[in-house]
Write a protein that binds this ligand. Structure first.
Ligand SMILES: Nc1nc2c(c(=O)[nH]1)N(C=O)[C@@H](CNc1ccc(C(=O)N[C@@H](CCC(=O)O)C(=O)O)cc1)CN2
Ligand SMILES: Nc1ncnc2c1ncn2[C@@H]1O[C@H](COP(=O)(O)OP(=O)(O)OP(=O)(O)O)[C@@H](O)[C@H]1O
Length: 171
């Protein structure tokens, strides 16, 4: 994918997310800082869309085998964490599960059943198997070419409620 195509498709994904009532009604949203060539959601949480200060955005830090969530807003510090992925500072405000109304999940691929392929750390499967997170609305974020009829499923794989591509947001 060229950088221009990546930017264009990422922007369309952002537009689809912005149009959804689930997003519009969410006060606190968990997202991710794009790495490699994942869809880039940064237009949503940097100044351009002005979701700040109306929304609180949470981003993960990898701590041992778990994801810990911290708030981040434009101009806050970012650190380079495990795997070379950007992370909020560990001194940022902690986001507690009770305040979270939507999780945007980075995905290598998603299937029509909502099953997700990630980078193999098992982080989101572990997160979504714990009682305080299990009922949270989740949207897998993928480019259309990675939205597939069926992925191989393992016993621990958790289904996502929705999938968003540059073509559609399906819940
Ligand atoms: N942008 C972004 N942030 C994220 C995630 C993500 O998928 N995307 N994560 C989502 O969990 C966590 C990081 N998880 C990761 C898990 C594995 C690898 C990784 O480099 N895996 C090896 C293969 C390992 C294997 O298959 O056994 C690789 O891809 O070379 C990177 C990140 C937290 N933050
Ligand atoms: N609920 C869980 N409890 C303990 N271990 C788990 C759990 N879910 C997954 N794992 C372990 O995590 C490992 C990686 O899982 P998988 O390959 O599905 O990761 P992934 O979804 O691609 O990764 P990521 O979420 O980090 O992008 C597996 O070996 C699995 O044993």
């Amino acid at each position: 994918m060229t950088v221009a195509e990546w930017r264009e498709k990422s922007d369309r994904i952002c537009t689809n997310i912005l149009a959804s009532s689930l997003f519009q009604e969410a006060k606190t949203v968990l997202a991710y800082f794009s790495f490699r060539q994942e869809p880039d959601l940064s237009p949503l949480f940097t100044n351009s869309q002005q979701t700040y200060p109306t929304k609180t955005w949470g981003f993960p830090r990898c701590v041992d085998q778990s994801l810990h969530w911290f708030s981040w807003k434009p101009n806050d510090a970012v650190e380079i964490g495990a795997y070379g992925i950007r992370e909020p500072s560990k001194d940022a405000l902690i986001i507690s599960p009770s305040e979270v109304s939507l999780i945007l999940v980075p995905s290598v691929a998603c299937d029509y059943q909502g099953y997700r392929l990630g980078y193999g750390g098992g982080y989101y499967d572990r997160l979504l198997s714990s009682p305080e997170w299990v009922k949270k609305p989740t949207i897998g974020i993928v480019f259309e070419f990675a939205y597939l009829p069926e992925l191989p499923v393992q016993a621990w794989d958790k289904r996502l409620q929705g999938v968003c591509t540059e073509m559609l947001l399906r819940m």
